[in-house]
Design a protein around this ligand. Sequence first.
Ligand code: MN
Length: 300
Amino acid sequence: MSYTLVLTRSQAGEIISKYQSYSVSHTNNYTLFRAKYKSASLTIFKTLKMLIQGTGSEELFKEICEMFDLDSNIESKKSHYQINLSIIGTDEVGTGDFFGPIVVVGAFVPKNQISSLMKLGVKDSKQLNDVKIMEIAPIIMKEVKYSALVLDNVKYNYLTRVCNFNMNKIKALLHNNVIYNILQKVDSYDEIIIDAFTTQNKYFDYIKDQKQIIENVKLEEKGENKYISIAVASIIARYIFLREMEKLSKDVGFDLPKGAGNKVDLAIIKVIKEKTERYLDLIGKTNFKNVEKAKKKDMH
Ligand code: MN
């Protein structure tokens, strides 16, 4: 059995000083440190990846996990999540849906909470159906620290039409604000990561006029697959979005479809007929092409 773990610089330093007296020489250019301890061999590469091999590997891996308050039950090989860091992750929902608000959530998952969340079935919200989201989100929301922002349709339509903001600018402002909010609840963390929707440079350009700019933020592609806190944020955001859609559907008198496809066009025609066109501003993102498409369909 072998174990791997990507270490932080300070963790690597701690391990090296603890196992210094067991160190063995190495000639490999890629290796930072090697030790033989009981019947296990420990290697730390210059990339800060740690590899533990040999019959005593399990025991040594557990010892090291204890040093850093990590849950040794999660074998990092079986998990695609980064298990070694306490991360604040953010994600958004509703940006591809004509109806309903945009919801941005920031969630904090300390490293010792990762395995219990994995047992709950946390995954990227796109891989979970709505029934599963409704089931696990309320449990998760009790267990983790999070912060949510809901941008309703009236505000969205104002920002796009009057202020001329594009979708990415709106996302960037919301992410920056939600990070500011969750930082008020979290004492210590390793990193803040946004599930990337734009580049790092453009993100900071979008928020440059803001009073509070959180600087130590990274945007990472496919973040929901790497960081459980982003997966958690996406589940909570989806849950809040679904609840908001239920409310809007109740107000309008029929189930509003998600997405931006043909069903949405038909629903727009129905809203205009049963309510008014202005009513769309209360429930939909009226700068989407769906409105024009729906009007054309209705004429045929
Ligand atoms: Mn995302």
